[in-house]
Design a protein around this ligand. Structure first.
Ligand code: SF4
Length: 400
């Protein structure tokens, strides 16, 4: 998924153990980023093995040196080796709010992906610096809706005389540019937890919603939670003229879904659900609403990452679960709740490859650099974009 993974190499960590001054050049990483991509462009360098005990010692030492000056956020999909250093874990919005609630932390080290760090920068004070340990940690879903593509779609809606009836709603998993677009056009951000409320609010304000960038969350929420039909939804394909849609289809639709998806959740199939049921007759299947509609309707439960965690936590001992979400989280749930049977919904393992770009070597590099006063991989959103994106985020917070 990342454009630069081939540049990383793993070599013998013993060769790198030495004094701090010799260790710092260890990770010459992420020197460049591409403002038009969530993925970053450069990650050259050599990495020691993540399990290397000397790395863990270095991480402990750098964390202690930073003390309260740093606050480390760990998204649920992060690797265990990274999560153990997180001061708080959560989904993207919870983490951004946690960062904003700690104005005393000079550095917010975001172990997640690029759009999450942008949101943290928007929500934290100007004095706080948000750090993404690897600039190549982006999100392929967020990349599927670029600013120019969304502007083109909007111009098309304007030409058809529809724009004033359309309220944009963007999923949290979008770039700051797209959140700013949404704020500028009177829309809101949503998460997988509050998508229903966001759509209800938007449809109280206009007669149509432009839902960005995840078609599946938009469709699943509209159909399963608001009682719309699949026919009420059309899909705007940014790679086809006029989104691949006839004007009549746009006029008739209530939900204009952007043609974006999550590469991780989009891989689960209804056949996976059927296979899990064959293997484990008493299994309950729980999936994330970023999964395709057929998977969500075949599952027993659907819910955000936080809901999946809470559901499994409360489930009785002896219960069996097939979970359709990112593998790091499923493995951690299985490890934490050993009195229950918890399996990954697909038989083929699949991590979010960009989330996985944040590993212990990158975190050590970031923390050691910050401890020595060198600010690396700072994520900043320009002031105007931040103001407009903040308007959409504030609207989300004000949802009834
Ligand atoms: S799991 Fe999907 S939506 Fe989340 S960061 Fe990875 S690609 Fe993006």
């Amino acid at each position: 998924m990342s454009s630069s993974s081939s540049q990383l190499t793993v070599t013998d960590p013993a060769a790198r153990v030495g004094e701090r001054g010799r260790q710092l050049p260890l990770l010459v990483l992420g020197a460049e980023s591409d403002r038009h991509s969530e993925r970053g462009v450069s990650c050259p360098g050599e990495l020691p093995l993540p399990s290397d005990p000397s790395l863990v010692r270095r991480a402990d030492r750098a964390r202690a040196e930073l003390g309260d000056r740093a606050f480390i956020l760990g998204h649920h999909y992060q690797r265990d080796e990274v999560i153990r250093f997180a001061d708080v874990t959560g989904d993207s919005f919870k983490l951004a709010r946690e960062a904003a609630a700690r104005p005393g932390a000079e550095y917010v080290v975001f172990c997640g992906v690029h759009f999450m760090a942008e949101s943290a920068d928007i929500l934290t004070s100007p004095a706080q610096r948000v750090i993404l340990p690897d600039l190549a940690a982006g999100c392929s879903m967020a990349d599927m809706a670029t600013y120019s593509q969304v502007e083109e779609c909007w111009e098309n809606l304007e030409d058809l005389g529809l724009a004033e009836t359309v309220v944009p709603v963007t999923y949290m998993n979008s770039s700051a540019d797209i959140k700013a677009f949404t704020g500028r056009h009177g829309g809101t951000v949503c998460t997988s937890s509050n998508a229903k409320r966001a759509l209800e609010w938007a449809l109280g304000k206009g007669s149509k919603v432009l839902f960005l960038p995840d078609q599946h969350l938009g469709r699943n929420t509209a159909v399963l939670e608001l009682g719309m039909s699949l026919g009420d939804c059309v899909v705007w394909d940014p790679h086809r003229p006029n989104g691949g849609l006839e004007p009549g289809a746009l006029r008739a639709a209530t939900m204009i879904l952007w043609r974006g998806h999550c590469s991780v959740h989009g891989r689960f199939t209804a056949a996976n659900v059927a296979a899990a049921r064959r293997r484990m007759p008493d299994v309950s299947v729980i999936v994330h609403p970023e999964c395709v509609h057929e998977v969500v309707t075949a599952a027993d439960q659907v819910g955000s990452t936080e809901k999946i965690i809470a559901t499994i936590e409360k489930a009785p001992a002896g219960s069996a679960w097939a979970v359709g979400t990112e593998l790091n989280l499923v493995q951690r749930l299985a490890q934490t709740y050993q009195d229950k049977t918890i399996v990954f919904l697909d038989k083929t393992v699949c991590y979010c490859s960009t989330m996985n770009r944040i590993d212990l070597p990158h975190l050590v590099w970031a923390m050691e650099s910050l401890a020595t006063g060198q600010v690396v991989n700072q994520i900043t959103v320009d002031p105007q974009t931040a103001i407009e994106a903040r308007a959409a985020l504030d609207q989300m917070l004000a949802l009834p």
